[in-house]
Design a protein around this ligand. Structure first.
Ligand SMILES: NC(=O)c1ccc[n+]([C@@H]2O[C@H](COP(=O)([O-])OP(=O)(O)OC[C@H]3O[C@@H](n4cnc5c(N)ncnc54)[C@H](O)[C@@H]3O)[C@@H](O)[C@H]2O)c1
Ligand SMILES: [Zn+2]
Length: 399
């Protein structure tokens, strides 16, 4: 090493020690482009990629380079019908990415974990500080969804307010979590998984769901499949999956169901109930999770559950119509305990991170839930695949 290079090193060290005031952001902007793309839903079933300058970052804000984002049922509703009158809108709330720049005041995430450039993060649509506040309570206060990145009205100053984009600006005060210890597919699955963490918490309040319970999970879409995985990570082994699609029932077994029943192979509710009983080990189930949006599914599940058992209804996220039951046979004479479950709390969201680690730890193939990934340029194809209902979870994954 010659004296010139030593001098250069000394100069660099001294420059590092100097207490010159820091610029607004704590990191250099190297590698961050001046302009980036957002995917704007400009009319029904039409998303266009638009390029805008990245806005200046406030002292409390975070700039995240988006890695991927799941397409949610809510996004699909917006794409097809715009029920919230948001067009033009940048959708995507099940997103994750890497911090590339932070305002100088940013130190910690919403759980108190430190944040630095390079960390992987997710936002959360429950933005209140109360860890147990429910979506139901938020709606009552008429603020539900008000701060959901990916469901915000157009903002001409900050264009980057949805996860279907190259970058997103997370404003100070938003709920954000450092999830650097989860891989990309796990991070994309956090939001739907939180729904099931909440449902199982609701189920536990009945005092009926235990490690050795016989459990029936009806409906093996993403919701039912994740339900099985959550139960499995709790040590529950006697799980029977019910659906009408052989492929989904096979996957249910990979996710931890011990047996499966194809409802289409049984004529009439008595024969179907008998098949479920046989699959449970010649006894009706102790507990049922109703994970279809089908009224017939709601009517049927009572017949699968024993006297004194419990039921969690979570399939009717939206109004799917009326379902017929016989209150005498189905609830009263059976002394059934029924709970409903809707969305999740902030506490459930944070608990989900550990669930995903446990699921991986016991070898559940969670990543296989993401059946289709599309680059941002093909986001319309991604939405069409979602609407065609040929896959399970559809995601947009940036290159
Ligand atoms: N509670 C919540 O917060 C919440 C959150 C998200 C979704 N959901 C709801 O959960 C439901 C499931 O979501 P998903 O994404 O898995 O949907 P999905 O449509 O992919 O899956 C539903 C499954 O139910 C099966 N099914 C239909 N009728 C049936 C019947 N009679 N018996 C047995 N199986 C039957 C279908 O074959 C399908 O595999 C949806 O209705 C959704 O709105 C609720
Ligand atoms: Zn969602």
């Amino acid at each position: 090493m010659n004296s010139e290079s030593i001098e250069q090193i000394v100069r660099q060290v001294l420059a590092g020690l100097s207490d010159a005031p820091k610029s607004t952001s704590t990191v250099p902007s190297a590698g961050i482009p001046e302009k980036a793309r957002v995917a704007v839903l400009t009319e029904l079933e039409k998303i266009e990629l638009k390029e805008y300058p990245l806005p200046p970052l406030g002292d409390d804000d975070i700039l995240v380079k988006v890695e991927g984002c799941g397409i949610c049922g809510t996004d699909a509703h917006e794409y097809k019908r715009d029920p919230f009158s948001l067009i033009p809108v940048v959708l995507g709330h099940e997103g994750t990415g890497e911090i590339v720049k932070m305002g100088k005041n940013v130190r910690l995430d919403s759980a108190g974990k430190s944040l630095t450039v390079g960390d992987k993060v997710v936002s959360c649509m429950i933005f209140k500080d109360n860890p147990d506040i429910t979506m139901f309570d938020l709606n009552k206060q008429n603020v539900g969804g008000a701060d959901v990145y990916g469901l915000l009205p157009e903002d001409k100053e900050v264009r980057f307010n949805g996860w279907f984009a190259d970058y997103i600006v997370i404003k100070g005060g938003s709920t954000i979590f450092n999830v650097s210890d989860l891989d990309l597919s796990s991070r994309i699955l956090i939001e739907p998984c939180a729904v099931l963490i909440h449902a199982v918490e609701r189920a536990k309040t009945t005092g009926i769901l235990r490690f050795n319970s016989r459990v029936v999970v009806q409906g093996c879409g993403p919701i039912g499949l994740i339900c099985i995985a959550v139960l499995r990570t709790m040590g529950i082994e006697n799980i029977v999956a019910v659906d009408g699609e052989a492929k989904r029932l096979e996957f249910a077994k990979e996710m931890g169901a011990q047996a499966s029943v194809n409802f289409k192979e049984h004529q009439g509710i008595d024969a179907l109930a008998k098949a479920v009983e046989t699959a449970c080990g010649e006894k009706p189930a102790d507990f049922g999770f109703q994970c279809t949006g089908a009224p017939a599914g709601h009517s049927n599940i009572y017949k699968f559950i024993r006297n004194g058992g419990g039921l969690c209804e979570l399939g009717f996220f939206i109004n799917g119509g009326d379902a017929t039951i016989n209150p005498h046979f189905d609830i009263c004479a059976k002394e059934l305990t029924v709970v409903g479950s809707w969305v999740y709390t902030l506490r459930d969201y944070a608990t989900t991170f550990d669930f995903l680690k446990r699921a991986k730890g016991i070898g559940l193939p969670m990543e296989k839930l993401i059946t289709h990934s599309y680059p941002l340029e093909q986001i319309n194809e991604g939405f069409q695949t979602n609407l065609a209902m040929t896959g399970l979870k559809i995601a947009v994954v940036n290159k």
